[in-house]
Write a protein that binds this ligand. Structure first.
Ligand SMILES: [Mg+2]
Length: 239
């Protein structure tokens, strides 16, 4: 059985790191950011981030260009040079990287996979350099055979060709491949629609209606890998 995994909010707590880092960044530059307030900063940061990150995913901007655009809009300075924007974003990146943490079930899960001869690779939206760095700095890199990113594959989730293209590179049949991720639509449903077995990692146990496989921790996914036919009470299975 070939295993593919999402990275952000599946292996590494990206949302928390982003929240902590952006709040610190806002504090640092509170005098330079027009209209800064501690209460609204997270909302402003996220709005700008989502706007330009989507342009990266749509391949309208490079990974660096979306970083620069975010700084220009945040500081309300459309003429900001790439150098200045890059330096400002680097300050944020330092704070973001210092906040990277893995979830506590990640290493036990990956250790189990390796010891049971289940090869694991990463399939993630995002940039090759940053996602590799994330795995290096958190100590997870040695567990993975390959890291496939949207940037290198020129596809983003939930494009079925992203999933099937990666299976082809791994010489794995989609039907023999499991994909685990925290995003119900992009990860679990996206992978399932491409013919893989998509598993939704619902760490918050939101218990919302879902016509597919759902686990509340990676440890729960082990029992599925061990015995696909025996699905415990943690799984909601489509009928
Ligand atoms: Mg994710």
């Amino acid at each position: 059985m070939q295993l593919l995994m999402d990275l952000d909010d599946t292996l590494v707590n990206h949302s928390k790191a982003q929240r902590v880092a952006s709040a610190r960044f806002g504090e640092l530059f509170r005098r330079e950011i027009p209209g800064y307030s501690q209460e609204s900063f997270e909302r402003v940061w996220n709005r700008i981030m989502m706007k330009y990150y989507q342009k990266f995913l749509d391949r309208e901007l490079s990974f660096e260009e979306q970083q620069h655009s975010r700084m220009r809009e945040l500081f309300d300075n459309p003429g900001m040079s790439p150098e200045t924007a890059g330096e400002l974003f680097a300050r944020y990146l330092d704070l973001y990287e210092a906040s990277w943490e893995t979830y506590e079930d990640v290493v036990p899960f990956l250790t189990w996979c390796v010891s049971h001869n289940h090869p694991v690779s990463v399939l993630t939206d995002g940039s090759q350099k940053q996602q590799n760095r994330k795995l290096e700095l958190t100590g997870l890199a040695p567990y993975f055979t390959y890291v496939f990113t949207a940037e290198e594959e020129k596809r983003t989730k939930p494009d079925p060709l992203f999933f099937t293209g990666v299976c082809e590179k791994l010489s794995a049949k989609p039907s023999d491949t499991i994909y685990i991720g925290d995003n119900r639509e992009k990860d679990a449903l996206g992978a399932s629609q491409a013919g893989l077995t998509g598993i939704w990692l619902d760490r918050e146990n939101r218990d919302s209606p879902f016509e597919g496989l759902r686990v509340t921790s990676l440890i729960r996914a082990i029992s599925f890998l061990e015995e696909p036919a025996q699905r415990g009470e943690d799984y909601s299975v489509s009928k």
